[in-house]
Design a protein around this ligand. Structure first.
Ligand SMILES: Cc1cc2nc3c(=O)[nH]c(=O)nc-3n(C[C@H](O)[C@H](O)[C@H](O)COP(=O)(O)OP(=O)(O)OC[C@H]3O[C@@H](n4cnc5c(N)ncnc54)[C@H](O)[C@@H]3O)c2cc1C
Ligand code: SF4
Length: 498
C-alpha cells in the first residue's frame, strides 16, 4: 500500500482514507519568507496535533526541506492529493511522487467551474452568476429544495441576495456588536512546544512578523468543530446584517473566524454550509443571514479557488496600473506608532496583534490604501499571504491582485475597489476618533483616504475615462476646484505614514 504524503493544509478526515500517511515539516518554508509569528504557530500546532492523533499510522519528518524530508523514502511508493498551490504541485511532480489524487475539500469540482466558464462565452466572469449556478446545481436555498427533489430556478425568499438587509452600518452607540465573543481554543502542551520551537528558530535567525499572542483559531478537527458550533449557535444570526460593518474595538464582529480551519483542510465547506442551512430550516437564523454566509462559502471562496487555477500563473504577476511604489516599512512591518489615520492604524494593529482582520478591513482599508498609493501588487500580495493567518497562494490571486488592487485591469471587478473617507465614515466608526476629517480634501485635516482617492483617479484618468462605470466619479473629479493642490499635497505626502 502506498504511503500518502499530505501537506499541512490537508489535515481533515476527507484527506485520509485509512492508509499510512506522511507529513513533512520543512523549516526552509519559514526561513524563506517572513511569516506572521501566529501563522507559523498555527500551522505547526495544527500539523503536530494531527500527527499525535495517529502516531501508529503517521510518519512525521522534521527536515530543512521537503526534498530532505522525503530522504530515503521511494517517491514512487508515495501518493498525494492535489496540493493547493502551483509551487507545491510542481514540487510533488519533480520529486516523482507515484500518483496524485484529484483535489479534495471543495464544494464544487474543477469540471463544474470549467463548464460554467466555457458558457460565459467571452463575457466577464461574475461571482454572482457563478454563485447562482452553484445554488441551482446543488439545490442550495432553492424553493422546494428537498434533497431528493428537482432543483428549481426560484431562490428561497424570491431573491438571490439580501443586500438591503445585509449592508447595515455599525449599530450606533455600540463599541462591540451585541454577540458573544468568538470561540477561542485553550492552548495545550503542543502549543507550548511549538512556541519554544519558534523561539529557538528565532535565535537561529529566522524572522517573524507581528506579535506572538494567545492562539485564537482552531488548529485541530475537534477545535474546528467547536468553532463551527459556536459560530452557528451564537453568531450566525447577526452575521448577515453587519457583515460589512466595522466597530473598531471589535475586530471580530459576527464573523465566523472559520477561514483558518477551512484553509487548513480541517473543515469541509459542505459541512459548514449544511450547518448554516439547517439553522434556516429550523427557524433559528433568518434567510438574510444564512444566505449572506452561504454566499461567502460556496460563492466567494469557491470562486476564488477556481479562478486561481483558471486564470493561470501569469495572472499573479499582472500590474495593469503599473503600480511601482515600494510599500514603506511602517506598512509592511506593521509599525504603527507614527500612523495617525485612525482606520489605517487600527487595521494594521489587528494584523500585528492577531494576523487577522475581517473582509471589509482587508478590502476597504488595507488594500484600498495600497491601491491608492500605487504599492507594487506582487509585494502586497506576498505581504497579505505572510501577514494573515489564513493567507495561502490560491487566495491571493483573485482577492489581492484582482479585487483589492485592480492589477488585472478589470478581470475580477468592473471598477477598482477604491474609495475615499466617505465610505469608511458610513460603514465604520473609525472616523470619530481621527485627527483627519473624511469630508476634507486639502489641508491639515485632509483625510488621506479622501485625498488619496482623488489623487488616484487623477493619476489614472486616461484609463478610467474609458470605463463607463467610472464616469460619475470622473465627472465629480472634474468639478473639484482644489484638485491641483490636492494632487500636490498627496505627492508631497509620498510614502510617509499618514
Ligand atoms: C485583500 C484581501 C485579502 C484576503 N486574504 C484572504 C486570505 O488570505 N485567506 C482567506 O481565506 N481569505 C482572504 N480574504 C477573503 C476574506 O476577507 C476572508 O476569507 C475572511 O475575512 C476570513 O474571516 P472569517 O473566517 O471570519 O470570514 P467570514 O466573514 O465569517 O466569512 C465566511 C467564510 O467565507 C470564506 N470567504 C469569504 N470571502 C472570501 C473570499 N473573498 N475569498 C476566500 N474565502 C472567502 C472564508 O472561508 C470565510 O471563513 C481576503 C480578502 C481580501 C479583500
Ligand atoms: S477620517 Fe479618513 S483617515 Fe481618519 S479614520 Fe476616517 S477615513 Fe480614516
Amino acid at each position: 500500500m502506498n504511503t500518502r504524503w499530505l501537506f499541512a493544509d490537508q489535515l481533515g478526515p476527507h484527506f485520509d482514507d485509512g492508509g499510512p500517511l506522511l507529513f513533512i515539516e520543512a523549516k526552509s518554508v519559514f526561513a524563506r519568507r517572513k511569516y506572521h509569528r501566529q501563522k507559523a504557530h498555527l500551522i505547526l500546532t495544527a500539523l503536530h496535533s494531527r500527527v499525535l492523533q495517529d502516531p501508529e499510522r503517521i510518519t512525521f519528518v522534521q527536515a530543512d526541506t521537503y526534498r530532505q524530508g522525503i530522504g530515503d523514502l521511494v517517491p514512487g511508493n508515495l501518493e498525494g492529493i492535489a496540493a493547493t498551490s502551483r509551487p507545491a504541485r510542481e514540487l510533488v511532480r519533480t520529486l516523482g511522487v507515484g500518483s496524485v489524487h484529484p483535489e479534495r475539500g471543495w464544494f464544487t469540482s474543477v469540471e463544474e467551474f470549467t463548464q460554467w466558464a466555457a458558457k460565459r462565452d467571452g463575457k466577464r466572469f461574475l461571482m454572482e452568476d457563478w454563485y447562482r449556478t452553484v445554488r441551482r446545481a446543488h439545490n442550495v436555498l432553492m424553493v422546494d429544495g428537498e434533497p431528493s427533489g428537482e432543483p428549481t430556478s426560484e431562490p428561497a425568499g424570491g431573491r438571490w441576495n439580501f443586500d438591503s438587509e445585509n449592508r447595515l452600518p455599525p449599530p450606533r452607540g455600540h463599541t462591540h456588536l451585541p454577540v458573544p465573543p468568538p470561540w477561542q481554543p485553550t492552548e495545550d502542551a503542543i502549543d507550548e512546544r511549538v512556541r519554544s520551537q519558534l523561539d529557538t528558530w528565532e535565535t537561529e535567525g529566522i524572522e517573524f512578523l507581528g506579535n506572538d499572542g494567545p492562539r485564537r483559531f482552531a488548529a485541530t478537527r475537534a477545535e474546528a468543530l467547536s468553532a463551527l458550533d459556536d459560530f452557528i449557535n451564537h453568531r450566525l444570526p447577526m452575521f448577515g446584517p453587519y457583515e460589512d460593518a466595522v466597530l473598531w474595538q471589535d475586530p471580530f464582529m459576527a464573523h465566523s473566524l472559520l477561514s483558518v480551519p477551512l484553509n487548513l483542510g480541517l473543515l469541509h465547506p459542505r459541512e459548514v454550509v449544511d450547518r448554516a442551512l439547517s439553522e434556516y430550516a429550523n427557524g433559528r437564523a433568518t434567510l438574510a443571514s444564512v444566505e449572506g454566509f452561504v454566499r461567502q462559502v460556496i460563492g466567494w471562496r469557491e470562486y476564488v479557488w477556481h479562478l486561481y487555477w483558471h486564470l493561470g500563473a501569469d495572472y499573479e504577476n499582472l500590474n495593469a496600473l503599473n503600480a511601482q511604489q515600494e510599500p514603506p516599512e511602517w506598512f509592511l512591518e506593521l509599525k504603527t506608532d507614527e500612523v495617525q489615520a485612525h482606520c489605517l492604524k487600527h487595521s494594521l494593529d489587528y494584523v500585528r496583534d492577531l494576523g487577522y482582520s475581517h473582509h471589509i478591513i482587508r478590502l476597504m482599508v488595507l488594500s484600498n490604501w495600497a491601491l491608492e498609493r500605487g504599492y507594487q501588487p506582487q509585494t502586497i500580495s506576498d505581504w497579505f499571504r505572510r501577514a494573515f493567518v489564513d493567507g495561502y497562494p490560491w487566495v491571493m490571486a483573485a482577492n489581492v491582485i484582482g479585487m483589492g488592487l485592480y492589477a488585472d485591469g478589470g478581470v475580477m471587478a468592473t471598477k477598482p475597489y477604491a474609495s475615499g473617507g466617505a465610505y469608511l465614515k458610513r460603514m465604520t466608526d473609525f472616523c470619530g476618533g481621527c485627527r483627519y476629517d473624511p469630508k476634507i480634501r486639502v489641508g491639515e485635516k485632509a483625510c488621506p483616504f479622501t485625498a488619496g482617492y482623488w489623487a488616484f483617479l487623477h493619476q489614472h484618468q486616461d484609463g478610467f475615462r474609458r470605463n463607463h462605470r467610472m464616469a460619475t466619479a470622473m465627472r465629480t473629479m472634474d468639478k473639484l476646484t482644489d484638485l491641483s493642490s490636492l494632487v500636490a499635497q498627496e505627492a508631497e505626502r509620498g510614502s510617509a505614514a499618514p
